[in-house]
Design a protein around this ligand. Structure first.
Ligand SMILES: *[C@@H]1O[C@H](CO)[C@@H](O)[C@H](O)[C@H]1NC(C)=O
Length: 435
């Protein structure tokens, strides 16, 4: 991040232009002082030599600063990785969890660790939302013996190092650029994490020995403009309504390639609006809670025809059970030496709650638990990526994973509000102790 800023300052929008102007000004100067052509030639040589040494010094600074600021590597680091990956039950699994300091990543890591599996996390702690919440989740994980590597899944060397250090049996891939509307602002970040990062991770998995089985987070957003309810896995998913959805759909196709060519065992989970304690601040239920407590108005979107938006809100504990069941039922990958020996498992499941709730109903529940009336701005939904409703058909996950959500929105939001108040405090001023 820091390097990027410095680079931008050194080389503004049109680097060529800046350099040329500098050279012109310099040569005018030289011309006035040293009129003879031979001295001018010598000075030109000197100038070229200086430029060359400056450039090589720049690249030296670049590599060495990367070396010295690398947040991973070393004996102590490796010991932490191995301790975190240690399996403490019979037939336990060793899981690399990407996006481990994220909302779902933290909960899945804790659940696995609690039952005695080995867990190592990786997270880049980016600033898409308040990194202090991610740091707090990391601390929570550390308290349970889960180590989270500070690194990016686009770092192929880091991934190789991790697989060299630990023979992971499974990868739970949850790292992603989330959010639907943010793609308008920063489209590249979706490609970076959800496409490039995914491919880098799959490359590392395919080359690892043993190859891990992969369970990863797709999204209900792949159903896009689908208006057949409930959404079933066999429904069409070729009309995404956002770049986020398109990158998740791309992920389903990309994982299929790695399954087909290299024998990686793949399970894609289409999450439906996951919420709960330690959740993501960019999600509506979270920002509604913050604004209602601060007495600020909230924006509630409505459909074009005045209908309320509805979401199949799914409580985090139910999602965690689905993730763990997917890991437990995943067959081993079948590749060795980058070649598959036989066809490997490829699965996709909806993980939802099967009972959509409208956004105004969500607000009423929050008002009740927060004991504050919301100031609502009802606004027609802008065409920037949101879909009017989601509703999961979960029969496949029920049949094959034993997935059975048990928490309704009332119960789940009660637990969320309790966590929110304990984490941020009751203060009405600017969000409380953590902000
Ligand atoms: C739900 O999904 C299952 C399996 O994918 C399918 O057989 C069933 O017809 C779907 N149900 C509805 C109501 O769409």
């Amino acid at each position: 991040m820091m390097m990027r800023v410095i680079e931008d300052e050194l080389f503004p929008s049109t680097p060529g232009k800046v350099k040329i102007e500098r050279t012109h000004a310099a040569s005018r100067q030289f011309h006035r002082c040293f009129a003879s052509t031979s001295t001018l030639f010598l000075w030109a040589l000197l100038l070229i030599a200086l430029t060359a040494s400056y450039l090589s010094f720049q690249s030296f600074v670049d590599t060495s600063s990367r070396y010295f600021t690398a947040s991973w590597g070393g004996l102590h680091w490796e010991r932490q990785i191995r301790a975190s990956a240690a399996v403490r039950r019979d037939d336990g699994i060793a899981v690399l969890v990407t996006g481990a300091a994220g909302f779902v990543g933290t909960h899945v890591s804790l659940a696995l660790r609690r039952r005695g599996d080995g867990v190592v996390g990786i997270d880049n702690f980016n600033a898409y939302y308040d990194p202090s919440l991610k740091k707090a989740r990391k601390a929570l994980l550390a308290g349970h013996g889960v180590f989270v590597v500070d690194g990016d899944i686009n770092d192929a060397r880091l991934l190789e190092k991790l697989f060299d250090t630990v023979p992971f049996t499974h990868v739970m891939h949850l790292a992603a650029q989330a959010g639907v509307r943010y793609a308008i602002e920063n489209p590249a970040s979706y490609i970076h994490s959800n496409v490039a990062g995914l491919v880098t991770l799959l490359e590392a998995c395919k080359s690892a020995d043993p190859q891990p089985a992969i369970v990863w987070a797709s999204s209900s957003s792949v159903y896009g403009l689908n208006d057949k309810v409930p959404f079933s896995e066999s429904d069409r998913t070729d009309r995404p309504a956002s770049l986020y959805a398109a990158t998740k759909k791309a992920g389903e196709e990309i994982t299929h390639i790695y399954n087909h060519i290299y024998g990686l065992s793949i399970t894609g989970l289409r999450f439906f609006t996951v919420y709960g304690p330690w959740g993501r601040p960019d999600m509506a239920y979270f920002s509604f809670t913050r604004n209602i407590l601060q007495g600020k108005p909230i924006t509630v979107y409505r459909g074009r025809d005045g209908t309320d938006l509805a979401r199949d809100f799914t409580y985090i504990d139910d999602i965690v059970k689905g993730c763990v069941a997917a890991l437990d039922t995943a067959e081993a990958s079948t590749g060795i030496g980058k070649q598959k020996r036989r066809p490997a498992q490829y699965r996709i499941y909806n993980l939802g709650n099967t009972s959509p709730v409208t956004v105004p109903a969500l607000v009423r529940i929050l008002e009740r638990y927060l004991k504050v009336k919301a100031r609502k701005n009802m606004v027609e939904m802008p065409g920037n990526g949101d879909v009017p409703f989601t509703h999961a058909n979960i029969s496949l996950a029920r049949a094959e994973l034993g997935y059975k959500p048990t928490t309704n929105l009332e119960t789940g939001l009660k637990k969320f509000v309790k966590w929110y108040l304990s984490y941020y405090g009751y203060s009405r001023r600017a969000g409380g102790k953590h902000q």
